[in-house]
Design a protein around this ligand. Structure first.
Ligand code: ADP
Ligand code: MG
Length: 355
């Protein structure tokens, strides 16, 4: 396995790109550590597949340099980069048996039959297809075919990294959970460098040690699931992660206070930015609903099992709060913000607060 460095990578699909808008990847400068488990998370069209294909070599970036363990591989082919990649939809040989589909990448690299057999059987167990080994792939369900694809990605242990591009899209929800846990176990056991692309925050947060959040051709934040939750660097991360996402509201900052309409909110520190273009972000988990604080009008209460989501109106803006399963909406509802959950944003980027 290898460390992967992306040095000022930019990519445009069209010829003669002029402005940032012409770039599918505007600028990515980041190093994936050897043996790390990463998720690339972002909405459809933000450039995840483009980035993954640049790492594997299916695509050559228009600018920048790619290093594996410090060695320049920018011009190398996919084969030479020695990367395993699992795609969103099955890529398998229909006329081969399930066994041979997995054996193929090993035999291709000249691995001896005894080792091929051991690795293939191990992988078949992992993807729960051992009893299908002798069947032709053609007759299998989409779900099973995708498991073969996944197996083909996992069967080789000599690769520099394993890349997954939304690999569980066609897998049923229960199996999704099983396979994700297995991938995580594999990572723990063998220390593979794994990069897992998804638009699903649950998948990203449960699989990865580090989540790389992408938005509009750029990385907006890299962090542990806790960092993304507690300290979203960009309001997009606040909205995109969490359910419901972070509440974001325009405020006017004066010293250690923020003014929201006719209300004043005490801040946990003095922000290093002032003026009227500031936004305050607070996750629903940190909005306290009670008899004291800022008056709100309740619009809707959604009971979602473990807790309730309360939709209210505060100074004319919608705000979401989370209530415990056994908690009740007070008769004269007010909200207050737990200072630990307050973040401030200037032009969508988080600003630090001093003491
Ligand atoms: P994601 O995987 O995050 O959904 P992609 O990397 O596939 O995003 O796409 C990023 C952007 O590049 C999108 O605007 C998409 O329309 C564009 N794009 C992707 N592939 C091509 C291509 N082969 N030719 C032209 N534009 C493309
Ligand atoms: Mg994609």
């Amino acid at each position: 396995m290898a460390r992967i460095d992306l040095n000022h990578i930019r990519h445009a699909y069209g010829a003669n790109p002029k402005s940032d808008k012409d770039y599918a990847l505007r600028e990515v400068h980041y190093g994936f550590e050897d043996g790390g488990a990463y998720a690339l998370l972002g909405p459809s069209g933000c450039g995840k597949t483009t980035l993954l294909n640049i790492i594997s070599g299916l695509l050559h970036a228009s600018h920048g340099q790619l290093l594996f363990d410090g060695k320049d591989v920018t011009r190398l082919s996919t084969q030479e980069r020695n990367i395993a990649q699992v795609f969103q939809f099955p890529v398998i040989y229909d006329t081969m048996t399930v066994y041979d589909n997995l054996a193929f990448p090993l035999r291709n690299r000249g691995v001896g039959e005894a080792d091929v057999d051991r690795k293939v059987r191990e992988t078949l167990d992992m993807i729960d297809l051992a009893s299908w080994a002798k069947r032709k792939a053609r007759g299998l369900t989409a779900d099973q075919k995708q498991k073969i694809s996944l197996g083909r990605g996992l069967v080789r242990s000599d690769v520099n990294a394993i890349l997954f591009d939304e690999p569980l899209t066609v897998i049923d929800p229960h199996m999704k959970w099983v396979l994700r846990s297995q991938l995580k176990q594999l990572h723990r056991r063998f220390g593979y460098t794994m990069i897992y692309v998804t638009h699903d925050q649950t998948e990203a947060l449960t699989f990865a040690e580090k989540v790389v959040v992408m938005y509009d051709g750029e990385i907006v934040q890299i962090g542990t699931p806790a960092e993304l939750f507690e300290r979203p660097k960009h309001t997009f991360v606040g909205y995109f992660i969490g359910s419901p996402g972070m509440n974001v509201m325009p405020v006017a900052v004066e010293g250690r206070r923020a003014r929201l309409g006719g209300q004043t909110i005490e801040l946990p520190g003095t922000p290093k930015a002032e003026g009227a273009s500031i936004e305050l972000g607070i996750r629903p988990e940190y909005v306290r609903l009670g008899a004291k604080g800022m008056p709100v009008t309740i619009r809707k209460v959604e009971d979602i099992g473990r807790h309730k989501v309360v939709r209210a109106s505060l100074e004319g803006r919608e705000i979401a709060a989370i209530l415990g399963e056994d908690d009740h909406v007070p008769a004269d509802p007010h909200v207050s913000f737990d200072p630990a959950g307050i973040n401030l944003y200037d032009k969508s980027w988080r600003v630090e607060m001093g003491a």
